[in-house]
Design a protein around this ligand. Sequence first.
Ligand SMILES: Cc1ncc(COP(=O)(O)O)c(C=O)c1O
Length: 484
Amino acid sequence: MTGQVRGVQLARLLGQWHALPGRRRSPDYAALAGSVRGLLADGRLPLGVRLPAERELAEALRISRTTVTAAYRQLRESGHLASRRGAGSWTMLPGNHRVASTGLWTPLDDREMLDLGVAALAAPPQLLSAARAAAEDLPRYLSGAGYHPTGIIELREAVAEAYTARGLPTSADQIMVTSGTQHALDLVLRLALAPGGTVLVESPTYPNALAALAGRRARITTHGLAADAGWEPDLLLGSLRQTRPKLAYLIPEFQNPTGHLMPAALRERVVAAAHAVGTDLIIDESFVDLSMDGTEPPPPVATYDRHSRVISIGGMSKPYWGGLRIGWVRASAPQVQRLAAVRVGVDMASPVLDQLVAVHLLADAEAIVADRRVQLAVQRDALLGALAHHLPEWRVTVPRGGVTLWAELDGPVSSALARAAEEVGVRLAPGPRFGLDGTLERFLRLPFTLPAADLVEAVGRIAAIRYDLDRAGRQRWREPAVIA
Ligand SMILES: Cc1ncc(COP(=O)(O)O)c(C=O)c1O
């Protein structure tokens, strides 16, 4: 058991449960049970949490206790609730499931699923030759103990050179190699944020960044991105000045999930405003290499930094492969030393062999990244074409880079759609996963990291169930249901 949710809290989470799409033809108890399953599905209601007593929830929702009793019974029957007399009822999931890193529920072995929940490419063909070359290099390291808390020097130099080539002079002692960008974020938060500190994030934003912030018990404030234009400069600078957060976590390079690219002028103003109010900026550059259509990303945000306010994080996962687990932090040399001291209490160092693989991939960066950009542009266009054909009511802004697009749907149905899509073999990450308060039901993130034919097939299936959602009146649940 991880805790308890009170009646008023659950009522708030449930929101307009009685007015969900297709609701009219199902009884109240079934709609209530369906909405609780929905909250579990998109991660807003944790597993193993104790639900309020029936009477308490009935009062909070202003409905009869019998309705709550029947809803709880249905949830027990479908395997979403376990009850013990006198002790209460806990949320659970049916069947053999685990929590994926995104907090979504995935089956252990489901190769048939078209997975649009994950925004990452399969490995490039050059990975195998890089791994072989790395194995050849390994003997050079075997006479040492193998612990390099800031990373092996060859990789730090290669990463520093890439920053310098982007117009931001960087030395190897400003780089710390981590086990992925997520790890980089976690370490920076450990260093720079006391529990309960305030952090400004974009909304929508990357869900696992929210998970990292939750882990540090951060108080989160948000800056809402406009669906078509991205950051609203006056509002963003205004939020910084008003809330004076300890940190701001921003993804200016082809933002996940919207794909927006922050203009140079705003980068400069954000750094100046952050310095004026004493905010440190964590700049996530995961997607910076993946521009398309000849788009040139503006200078790195850290270019405008004169006071060591900007900590940049990035990694190999998006241009190369997530399975490498190689990321990095770029900061001042003293900050890197402090991060290394924090890191020793966490995981000591990253694997030497994987770092050597990264060195070889970076040596071949030009060719590999060029192929990735072409591949992604083809896949993006296939996805856009399929959406225009099958779901013309959905609105999308064409991303000029990154790996995702952020679709505005024709109704607040994102979670319902994600649940129904599981039934037809498509996994989706619904809009509310990318925000804090469940207000993103009109949006859906669609990555274009799968082959074009899979994307077209997935959109066809999504379109079929989108129209069914309105017609069918109620959700059907396969047993045991897979929820994501
Ligand atoms: C914005 C952003 N930051 C961090 C990560 C995590 O990357 P890594 O695999 O390098 O930990 C991702 C992965 O999707 C991402 O989209």
